[in-house]
Design a protein around this ligand. Structure first.
Ligand code: LLP
Length: 458
């Protein structure tokens, strides 16, 4: 025990020295890799243990990190917002073991599909603890949501009509909130910038469109209006967009109260909190965000004359930094122009670099010498399959392990079997233990559902 405490202190004070002298636990090795000590023998031994036991490519999650992120968000918001409810946007990482951790921390589930509803139920959520947001819900998804008492974030007048008809058929009231497009640019990557006016999401505040939706819904006995929802984008690194959005949304809250006598149970300001993907990167902390929102919230609530519960629904913030994608070098090749380190993962395993030009840190395990400028190239047969471009890293050889950091959000959940490669395994690390939370895909799974006569309807 005393040794563990001493070694933890050493890890925090001097991760490099620690990694050289001690035998780190798996959890400590993950932290040491993050602190750029993946070259040290003790750290390398831990990663080799994982690779030997479970193979590569392998998603590894650090359980302690996930709990820590929830605590950090709550510590920033709970003292300032007395009526607060936090959801986890499960699309970021849909592994039931991951969702269970967040459920155990008291979070609700934000879902985007029938499959995510079923996943949340499997983990133990009940309908009323689930909120469903999508700009395009199919009739089966609407039916199931109303049956279960899921909150539906309605995205269009067309959808409102469909929800009303289905609720009437079920002789139930549908729990409804509208997704609002506030017309705010949070300055993030184009593909994940959802709150701007030209995006496909939500009913615009502009021209009273959102207001009219509430007015219509109020006249529908099958609809129970519960709240207002928005989500302006993902990987947001500054507070300004949130502050402007909160101001606009609270303006709507006041209008609904003053002009339609509608009082909302909640106002959902979405998810989108960014995480640092680069060494030395500083960005908005939950504390910065809570502090920036507090005065706007107080002012808006005072003007409206009542306080809805503040709902938040981050995904990446909870799980992104917990994930490590462990991969093995197949070959190293020098071309006249570049050096490619060819690994056994590709954009089928982690699509973010190819899809968004996203940056992920890379560490070579067990190597410290002879830095080289390299591209980490995937094993998919496409030119765009580069996981990391132009990085200076210690020289790697065939058979070495390479780990890609911050792969816990939108990593496995966006993975595919493209190029007929089975899906990777996932393991959860707690202290010095690892447990398989999804076994590796198999070759026979590549042919599942293809034989005989199979149902094609949902
Ligand atoms: N709520 C809604 C309605 C959303 O659409 C999203 C994410 C979230 C919450 C959670 O956002 P987060 O807190 O994770 O930023 N695949 C992209 C990110 C797409 C985000 C889609 N919506 C990526 O890898 O960066």
């Amino acid at each position: 025990m005393r040794f563990r405490q001493l070694s933890l202190a050493l890890l925090l004070l001097s991760p490099g020295l620690y990694a050289q002298v001690a035998r780190p636990t798996l959890h400590e090795a993950l932290l040491a890799a993050r602190a750029d000590h993946a070259g040290e023998p003790g750290v390398a031994a831990a990663f080799r243990r994982l690779a030997d036991a479970y193979g590569t490519p392998l998603y590894i999650y650090d359980q302690a990190h996930i709990g820590g992120q929830v605590d950090a968000l709550r510590a920033a918001f709970a003292p300032r917002f007395h009526k607060l409810r936090i959801f986890y946007a499960i699309k970021a990482n849909t592994n039931p073991a991951v969702i269970s951790l967040l459920k155990a921390k008291g979070l609700g589930a934000e879902v985007v599909s029938r499959g995510e509803i079923e996943t949340a139920l499997r983990v133990g959520y009940t309908g009323p603890e689930i909120m469903f947001t999508s700009s395009s819900k199919n009739p089966g998804e609407i039916r199931r949501s109303i049956e279960l008492g899921v909150v539906l974030n309605v995205d269009s007048m067309d959808e409102l009509g469909q929800v009303q008809a289905e609720a009437r058929r079920q002789k139930k009231q549908a729990r409804v909130s509208f997704r609002i497009n506030p017309g705010v640019d949070p300055h993030t990557i184009h593909q994940i910038n959802t709150g701007v006016s030209e995006s496909k999401f939500g009913l615009h505040l502009q021209d009273g469109i959102a207001f009219n939706a509430y007015e219509k819904a109020k006249a529908m006995p099958e609809i129970r209006i519960e709240g207002a929802h928005c989500h302006i984008g993902s990987q947001i690194t500054e507070t300004d967009g949130y502050v402007l959005t909160a101001r606009k949304m609270l303006g709507l809250v006041k209008d609904l109260k003053d002009k339609l006598d509608i009082q909302l149970a909640f106002l959902d300001l979405g998810g989108g909190l960014g995480i640092p993907y680069e060494d030395g990167q500083t960005l908005m902390s939950p504390e910065d965000l809570a502090k920036a929102l507090e005065p706007v919230w107080k002012e808006g609530v005072a003007a409206a004359g009542y306080e809805p519960t503040l709902w938040l629904e981050p995904g990446r913030f909870f799980v992104g930094g917990s994930g490590y994608l462990l991969t093995r070098v197949n070959t190293v090749k020098q071309t006249p122009l570049k050096t490619f380190v060819n690994v056994d993962a590709g954009f089928n395993t982690l699509i973010r670099p190819a899809m968004y030009k996203a940056y992920h840190r890379v560490r070579v395990i067990g190597r410290t010498q002879d830095p080289q400028l390299v591209d980490i190239a995937g094993d998919v047969c496409e030119t765009g399959d580069i996981l990391a471009e132009a990085r200076t890293l210690p020289r790697a050889q065939a058979g070495d392990l390479v780990v890609i950091l911050d792969a816990g959000a939108y990593g496995f959940s966006m993975a595919s079997e493209y190029n007929a490669r089975p899906l990777p395994a996932e393991v959860m690390v707690e202290g010095d233990k690892a447990r398989v939370i999804r076994r590796r895909g198999t070759y026979s799974e590549l042919f599942r559902n293809t034989g005989g006569s199979v149902p094609t309807k949902r």
